[in-house]
Design a protein around this ligand. Structure first.
Ligand SMILES: [Cu+2]
Length: 194
């Protein structure tokens, strides 16, 4: 293998097998298919999820029927609608989590917060840069990485063979291609000169 081919093989292997996944922000749809509504269980929905700075929350609901307020912990507990709360009411409110810590959201429509339309989450700092070994040791061995495709072998260039020494006793029974080629070239050259 030439250096070029080795390099190509390494590039194919790296890009196909061990390239780390890019760290992307996660988009959470609050309540998933149920959306943002009274009677939703957003404590259960948030359970086990890892919210990080840079992730987004999307509150989906019928515009005009609900809204989204970003409130304090005490207001969250008491379902108090503060006039200074961040209000979103587009029906598809995307909120980017910009700082770590607890965040409290509720619907400001009368009675909805009391009926469970409230969400508290804990936002973690942004994920660190990709680690060299981000995967925890799995309980079972990982499947072997697929072998990189073998690039087609180049057409071998026959080395220029020197004519066997005239004193050689045993003459070859086969004619070397290069010898035949040389003979043909000589023949053509002679013909051209004639
Ligand atoms: Cu509501």
């Amino acid at each position: 293998m030439s250096h070029k081919q080795v390099l190509l093989a390494v590039v194919l292997f790296v890009s196909g097998a061990v390239l780390p996944r890019p760290a992307t922000a996660t988009k959470y749809v609050v309540g998933d298919a149920d959306g943002w509504r009274p009677g939703g269980d957003y404590t259960t929905w948030a359970k086990g999820k890892e919210f990080r700075v840079g992730d987004t929350l999307e509150f989906k609901y019928v515009k005009g029927q609900h809204n989204v307020l970003n409130v304090t912990g005490p207001d969250f507990q008491s379902c108090t609608v503060s006039t200074t709360s961040l209000l979103r009411d587009s029906g598809a409110d995307v909120i980017t989590l910009k700082a770590a810590g607890k965040k409290w959201y509720l619907c400001g429509v009368a009675g909805h917060c009391q009926r469970g339309q409230k969400l508290v989450i804990t936002v973690l700092p942004a994920a660190l840069a990709p680690q060299p070994t981000p995967v925890p040791s799995p309980p079972y061995p990982s499947p072997p990485a697929p072998a990189p495709p073998t690039p087609p072998a180049p057409t071998p260039v026959p080395p220029v063979e020197k004519a066997p020494p005239a004193t050689s006793g045993a003459l070859p029974t086969t004619v070397f291609p290069s010898a035949a080629l040389a003979a043909a070239v000589v023949a053509v050259a002679v013909a051209a000169m004639a």
